[in-house]
Design a protein around this ligand. Sequence first.
Ligand code: DC
Length: 216
Amino acid sequence: MIRIAIDGPSGAGKSTAAKAAAKRLGIDYIDTGAMYRALGYKMKMNGVEPVEDEKLARLLEDTDIDFRAGDIYLDGEIVNDKIRTPEMSMAASACSALASVRKKLVKLQQAMAGRKSVVMDGRDIGTVVLPDAELKYFITASPEERAMRRFKELKAKGQDVSYDKILSEIIERDHNDTTRDVTPLRQADDAVLLDTTEMTAEEVVNRICTDACKMI
Ligand code: DC
């Protein structure tokens, strides 16, 4: 069994690398950012504000999030595209700062990993969710490079977006994610740092798979 934890800021290429590495290794991929996005989306749809503790507690009790065949399900509905908008990025960032939300999702993520091989990516995987993961990486890149990647990705999906707006949102989210009181984003002491500003996606996947193969 091998559990690979991948953390880092938004748009650093974590998901692309994690998904490709999982496929090559023939193991499951769990995108925990998608889980925070799904919950942020549900809070928005239901008009629940982060400060409304009781409403939020009821909503959390009443929420089912699952991954099947690479799709993210929110209460039985596939929400892959609905959660990938700049608005939902901000909603996810806001809801991920809430202790009750993190408690519920961390528990769910630990149960999903169970006792099987997985590649899991997020912000607290190596530090909190899977602290005894066999391999840990902290993947990062400059904010400008990350903004350009996100800009191209959203453009390719036909969304009308501005590079400057994406860059300022990335800087704002980095600030939120690294300074929040509850589990701020940080590199685990035993994680390998991969700065992908000058690395191709292929090089990142090769590095992870080479390390993993030595352990299997
Ligand atoms: O990776 P992403 O951009 O899809 O993540 C969306 C938001 O959720 C982001 O602001 C950080 C947060 N997040 C988190 O706090 N912990 C995780 N394990 C995954 C994501």
